[in-house]
Structures are given as structure tokens and as C-alpha cells.
Ligand binder design. Structure first.
Ligand code: GLU
Length: 508
């Protein structure tokens, strides 16, 4: 790889909440920039005012921040190559559109939307696709067909126009993609894309994107596969503008696929199967709320890790990577060409892995709030111990209450199936004996409680499983939870005895 200065950009359009595929694009750019001591740029591509959505830019910023992505140059951060919002660069683009017209690589077109619509319908009626390209451009109302005087007259008269790229006829464009290798496309299949519109005096995506990548000295364009079809045009624009020697290298990341593996992952898949496709919660102008990973209880490190493995692998079995490790190990050469299937269960698994690694003290602080919200109270040391005992069983902090509520609230009823299975005729009298054992344990902690109970069962020749399960049922109300002796210790002697007494009373 050349020793050039790495400058990459994430260039979202603020047209709504950022999809997780977009976050992955940002991350891969970020890993690459950091690894090479380069610069990560956030450029807001907002030249399409029709699709502009209020709040989307803030959402993008907040999402990147939540993921731990540090922006080197951007709207808020500033930088030498600003402004970084395309709508504020309006004055820059027209000269390049003019340059393309002057060099014969682009032309003015005056066709109205109605005229184009009519032509499209006519073609469709004949079962053909309508393409605005070399076959028709000389017969349309274009600067290729009209005299220079006529063109100027129309412009001066305020007629609406666009500038279209004059796609070469029947030429093989050979392109290089770091992930896909050499890709060749023949230009006969491509249309004459609009580059600039008089309606708002703004460039379209293609011209703005290529111009800004050039002006911002972008070294690598790392973006989603959906932009691969635009690559021939972009490469030809670099050539037409005389910028080929400054053209960035390209890498098109594979699509994110539905859990079934068939087709692109959409918001509807998430709604149907109960997982978010957005990093943060999003409320649309219509008031519709879309779930976010953050609000669903994902830890940002887990979210970054799970996205990193959608389309990239390290070539080893390792699956847990911190941000620093990703920066160190990531490589574009190890990004797959084929789509990356999204697995919602695996996503939860990642969060579980990060949750169990968390410090019990931190987790306890969070869980204590949930305990209080459930109307219970407990001192923080106790909550910390409880969290340590049950965190293996959950993927999210909010699932802790379900696993640990019995520590705070005594059971008011007993699960039917274990009662049938473990609470026999003699159980009540065994439990009364067990209370005496519990009363006689010296320091009431697991290390003493466990052998005391076991010795008692062995000495009396009772069934270990039967007694332990009945005890658990008395304390928890169901057959779940961590070790019984641990539960006893945390409940304390009095509460343990009181719960056994209640069970004996209710179950007889
Ligand atoms: N504005 C485009 C988008 O919304 C950028 C594509 C690119 O990175 O070139 O994804």
C-alpha cells in the first residue's frame, strides 16, 4: 500500500435515521483511519432538499458519539477543508459543472419533467426501459442538438435546465475495488446522469460527492455496495475533470442481509422479528417511534463489536474485539464480497459477553435504580453481590429484575410444576428440621450454609435433589436462580427461615 496520507470520510445524507448498515460504514472508515494514523471526516451530503429530514444530522452525530467514534474534521469540529455540509458549499460546484460542459463531457438539457414522463410511459408501453443516453441525447432539447445561441437564449429567459454527463458510447471502464478486485463495466449500459439542476442551483449527489472527495483530498472511499453501480460514472468524472491521478481508492462493503439471508435487511424485518435496525431510538415527524440499540439496552462496545463482524473477520476464531483491537486488526482485504447475514440472536450474545465482563459495582448502580423503580430497596453491597450471582443468566441489565426479583420480594405463590415434583408428604417436616439446621449455622455465609445443609441431608438419608429443590422453591417460588446456599446468605438467616415457614404453611 502506498504511503499516502490516509483521509477517509463518512458521507451520510440526512434523510432519516441512520441504518445500522450506515453505522458499520462509519466504523470501517474509522478503523481504517485510526490504523493508518489518518483522518476521519464527517461530511453531510444534504444537496437533495426533497429528502431532507429534520433532526437527521443530529441523530447521525449522536450515533457516532455513542459508538465512540471520534470525528477529526466535520461540521462541528471544523477543519481545513470545510465547510463540511454540502449545502454550505453551494458556490463551489457550478464551476466544475461548467468545466465539464466546456470540455464536452457534459451538456445542458431543457426537457421538462412532463416530457420525460411521457417518453418513459411510451417506452414502457413498448416493453422497453427508458434510458436518457447516447441513443437519444442528440434528438432531445440539449446543447448537443440546439445552437449555442438558442441555448443561451433559453438560459437567459429563465427556462429550467439541468446539466447531464455525456456518457461515452461503448467503452469498457475498468475499475479497481480493494474488496472486489477489478470490475469492468461497459458504458452502453449507463445513462447520462444529471449532475446539476437550475431549479435549486445545486449539484446532484454524483457531482457533489466526487468534487468534495477531490477537494477534501480523500484517499480512500469506503462505502456500501449500493454505490458500486455509481462507480463507473465517478471514475469517468475524475477523468473528465482531469483528476485521475488524485482519484481515491475504492472499497465497497457488502450489504447487510435479513436473518434469513434472502435480501437486504430492512426496518420491516426488525419490526417483524423484534430487533432494532437503528443505533438510537428515532421518532419520526408523524410520531412513529423506531427502536434503537441504545434504548434496547445494548452496550456501545458490544454494538460496535457486533457490527464489525458483519462483513469482516480477523481470520481467527476470535469474536470479541475492543475498539482498540479492531483498529489494530481491521483490514479491507479481509472484508467479504458477499452479503453479511444479520443474526439477532448473535447480537444478544455479544451484549451478554460484554455485560458479564462489566464490573459488578457499575452494574449494581444501574440495577439499584431498577430495584427502586420496582418499589423495593436494598443496600448497594447486597445489590452488587446479587448482580454477581445472576448476571451470567441475562443479556441486558433490564433482564436482571426478572432473574433477581425474589431477592427483594418474597414469593407470594409457588410454581405448580416444581411443587408437584418436589413437595411431597414428608417435605413439610423435613423443612422444619432444616430450619433448625439453618438456625445453628454459625456465621451465616455460603461457605458454612452449604456444608451444613448437605451434612444434614446425608445424615438423615434424605434425597439431596428433593430437599434442595424444595428449599429453592420455598425461597424463590420457582425452580430458578443461582446456588441455594448463595441465596440463603443474601436473604439472611431471618428471611430464609421466614420463607421456609411460609412455604410450609401454604404447601403443607
Ligand atoms: N451520501 C451518500 C450516502 O448517503 C454517500 C455515498 C458515498 O459514500 O459515496 O450514503
Amino acid at each position: 500500500m502506498s504511503q499516502q496520507n490516509v483521509r477517509v470520510r463518512f458521507a451520510p445524507s440526512p434523510t432519516g435515521p441512520l441504518h445500522i448498515g450506515g453505522v458499520r460504514t462509519a466504523l470501517f472508515n474509522y478503523f481504517y483511519a485510526r490504523q493508518h494514523g489518518g483522518t476521519f471526516i464527517l461530511r453531510i451530503e444534504d444537496t437533495d432538499s426533497q429528502r431532507f429530514v429534520q433532526g437527521a444530522e443530529e441523530y447521525i452525530n449522536e450515533s457516532l458519539k455513542w459508538c465512540g467514534i471520534h470525528i477529526d474534521e466535520g461540521v462541528a469540529e471544523g477543519g481545513e477543508f470545510g465547510p463540511y455540509r454540502q449545502s454550505e458549499r453551494k458556490a463551489i460546484y457550478k464551476q466544475y459543472a461548467d468545466q465539464l460542459v466546456e470540455s464536452g463531457n457534459a451538456y445542458y438539457a431543457f426537457d421538462t419533467a412532463e416530457e420525460l414522463d411521457a417518453m418513459r410511459k411510451e417506452a414502457e408501453a413498448k416493453g422497453e426501459a427508458f434510458t436518457y443516453g447516447y441513443k437519444i441525447r442528440n434528438n432531445m432539447q440539449t446543447s448537443l442538438a440546439l445552437s449555442a445561441d438558442e441555448v443561451q437564449k433559453r438560459i437567459d429567459a429563465g427556462e429550467q435546465w439541468v446539466i447531464r454527463f455525456k456518457m461515452p458510447e461503448n467503452e469498457d471502464v475498468v475499475m479497481n475495488d480493494i474488496i472486489r478486485g477489478e470490475v469492468t463495466v461497459n458504458t452502453s449500459t449507463l445513462d447520462d446522469k444529471v449532475l446539476f439542476k437550475s431549479a435549486d442551483m445545486l449539484p446532484t449527489y454524483h457531482l457533489a460527492n466526487v468534487t468534495d472527495d477531490y477537494l477534501m483530498q480523500i484517499s480512500h472511499v469506503i462505502r456500501g455496495e449500493e454505490w458500486l453501480p455509481s462507480l463507473p460514472l465517478h471514475v469517468l468524472l475524475y477523468r473528465a475533470l482531469g483528476w485521475t491521478d488524485k482519484m481515491p481508492q475504492f472499497a465497497h462493503l457488502p450489504l447487510l442481509l435479513k436473518p434469513s439471508g434472502n435480501g437486504k435487511l430492512s426496518k420491516r424485518d426488525g419490526d417483524k422479528m423484534g430487533f432494532p435496525v437503528f443505533p438510537l431510538e428515532w421518532k419520526s415527524a408523524q410520531g412513529e417511534i423506531s427502536r434503537g440499540y441504545r434504548e434496547d439496552g445494548y452496550l456501545p462496545d458490544a454494538f460496535v463489536n457486533l457490527l464489525a463482524l458483519l462483513g469482516w473477520n480477523s481470520g481467527t476464531d476470535q469474536e470479541i474485539f475492543s475498539m482498540d483491537e479492531l483498529v489494530e486488526k481491521f483490514s479491507l482485504e479481509r472484508v467479504n464480497k458477499s452479503g453479511a447475514r444479520f443474526d439477532p440472536e448473535k447480537a444478544k450474545w455479544f451484549n451478554h459477553q460484554y455485560l458479564i465482563k462489566r464490573d459488578d459495582k457499575d452494574l449494581a448502580r444501574e440495577f439499584a435504580k431498577i430495584v427502586e423503580a420496582n418499589g423495593a430497596s436494598a443496600d448497594i453491597d447486597k445489590v452488587e453481590k446479587i448482580v454477581g450471582l445472576v448476571k451470567e443468566r441475562v443479556s441486558f441489565t433490564h433482564e436482571l429484575w426478572e432473574q433477581a426479583s425474589f431477592f427483594f420480594v418474597a414469593p407470594s405463590e409457588y410454581d405448580e410444576a416444581p411443587v408437584k415434583k418436589f413437595w411431597k408428604e414428608d417435605t413439610a417436616s423435613i423443612m422444619r428440621e432444616l430450619i433448625e439446621v439453618i438456625q445453628s449455622v454459625e456465621t451465616f455465609e455460603t461457605a458454612n450454609i452449604e456444608p451444613a445443609i448437605k451434612n444434614f441431608i446425608n445424615e438423615k438419608g434424605y434425597g439431596m435433589g428433593k430437599v434442595m429443590n424444595a428449599l429453592r422453591l420455598s425461597l424463590v417460588g420457582e425452580s430458578k436462580g443461582p446456588g441455594v446456599a448463595d441465596i440463603c446468605e443474601l436473604l439472611g438467616r431471618d428471611e430464609t427461615v421466614s420463607r421456609i415457614n411460609s412455604a410450609v404453611k401454604v404447601l403443607g
